[in-house]
Write a protein that binds this ligand. Structure first.
Ligand SMILES: NC(=O)c1ccc[n+]([C@@H]2O[C@H](COP(=O)([O-])OP(=O)(O)OC[C@H]3O[C@@H](n4cnc5c(N)ncnc54)[C@H](O)[C@@H]3O)[C@@H](O)[C@H]2O)c1
Ligand SMILES: [Zn+2]
Length: 405
């Protein structure tokens, strides 16, 4: 038996934020990040609309990018003091993901972070509060997904929490929130979205319910991402929907090893002063993983279908896979994203000398590969890599060399 789960309501389009006025409840805690939502005036609107709905509100702000276990625990404490019956998370993937994990701890105070990470092992939520997610970036689609990514900084590892219990009750996909995104954020989150769609389409858990969402998202992203990056706001509006469709697909079809590698490299070099930003990691690794996965005949054929939908040409699947890889690499160039870790600067832009030195990368390679294999996203990848293959693949992502195994 398969399951396909989405939020009960998805309000989308300009002005969708006003849906908050119709919510029923007594107390809403609003969870948000570092200030972009306040500066844009959106936080004030959320408070006003919830008050108009007759609710008392409290703010939990300052959730950092790539949120930590500690932040989750602090937020859960604030929730248990305030006793909200609505959790309203607004911002990028980081504050929404953190709020999802806080929700688990609020409902079940005894739960440890290790308990949360047992894939599809959460107890029933919604005994205390319902959850509304309002996304301000066009990438993670966490507003509709069953996932939350929390970083354990002691271990330098990102852990996905995965369970349909944390699929929000309500998602608000209002494109106006994405208008204030700086260019680099558009680029990174957009490549995250296309990676979601491509990985969902070739995942071993793909099905007739997820395929149309994934393939349509790919087509929309192809037509809008670079335009949005270059300041076309109509294209940006479409991107906000496209990333959400990709999220609906991958929340149910799951992902693959591009994400496993992004999760396990993301914070692995945090001691050197920077992260490999999630979307940029995906953008660099996706072409390499396609080459690796295309050795699986079913995956190769499905990449061919993607290339056909993108009208890339090619007379057989090998040619189509090659054209798809070339197209994605060209997108990285258009979006000023490096192709490999050795050229990934501390600011996420291409650099002659990246922030991860070769010797440190090689020192940590074994453990990163082992952790990537254990990541929750590896199970649904069309080809299961051995330790040796994962190390080779990561090396190709470091040096930007051809994947020929
Ligand atoms: N839950 C999921 O299904 C899922 C999927 C993919 C990635 N993730 C996770 O999500 C996180 C990344 O989320 P993200 O890429 O959305 O970025 P983010 O939430 O980390 O935000 C990045 C920065 O952008 C700013 N920002 C956000 N929206 C803005 C706007 N509209 N205008 C101006 N600035 C804005 C934030 O303040 C922050 O400084 C990572 O931890 C990643 O692992 C989760
Ligand atoms: Zn992602």
């Amino acid at each position: 038996m398969a399951r396909f789960t989405l939020p009960r309501d998805i309000y989308h389009g300009k002005g969708a934020l006003e849906a908050l006025k119709t919510f029923e409840g007594k107390r809403a805690i609003i969870c948000t990040g570092g200030g972009s939502m306040k500066r844009g005036g959106f936080l004030q609107k959320v408070e006003d609309y919830l008050k108009e709905a007759g609710m008392e509100t409290e703010l939990f702000e300052g959730i950092e990018p790539d949120p930590s276990v500690e932040t989750v625990m602090r937020g859960a404490e604030a929730m248990s003091k305030f006793q909200p019956d609505w959790i309203v998370a607004i911002g990028g993937g980081s504050p929404i993901d953190a709020a999802k994990a806080m929700w688990i701890k609020y409902e079940y105070p005894e739960t440890t972070f290790e308990d949360m990470c047992k894939v599809f092992g959460l107890p029933k939520l919604r005994t205390k509060a319902k959850f509304c997610a309002i996304s301000s970036t066009s990438g993670t689609a966490t507003e509709v997904t069953a996932f939350s990514i929390i970083t354990d900084y002691q271990k330098g590892i990102k852990y996905p929490i995965a369970d349909f219990e944390i699929t929000p009750d309500v998602a608000i996909v209002d494109p106006e929130l994405a208008h204030t995104m700086p260019q680099k954020l558009v680029a990174h989150t957009g490549m995250d979205a296309i990676t979601h769609a491509v990985e969902a389409y070739v995942s071993t858990a793909n099905c007739a319910y997820t395929d149309p969402l994934a393939i349509h998202a790919i087509e929309m992203i192809m037509n809008t991402l670079v335009k949005s990056y270059n300041g076309d706001m109509d294209a940006r509006d479409e991107m906000h929907d496209a990333q959400c469709l990709a999220g609906m697909a991958f929340s149910n079809a799951l992902l693959g090893i591009v994400h496993s590698m992004a999760h396990k490299t993301g914070a692995a070099f945090a001691d050197l002063g920077a992260h490999i930003i999630h979307g940029a990691a995906n953008a660099m690794y996706l072409p390499k993983v396609i080459a690796f996965n295309a050795k699986d005949p079913v995956a190769k054929q499905r990449y061919g279908v993607i290339a056909d939908y993108m009208h890339l040409g090619g007379s057989n699947d090998d040619e189509k896979v090659k054209l798809l890889i070339d197209y994605l690499r060209k997108m990285n160039d258009d979006l000023n994203i490096p192709h490999s870790i050795n050229h990934y600067g501390a600011d996420g832009l291409p650099a002659e000398q990246g922030f991860v030195p070769e010797n440190i990368f090689l020192e940590r390679l074994h453990d990163i590969a082992a952790n990537a294999i254990l990541d929750a996203c590896t199970g649904s990848n069309p080809r299961q890599p051995s330790q040796e293959e994962m190390e080779k693949l990561l090396k190709c992502c470091y040096y930007d060399t051809e994947v020929d195994f």
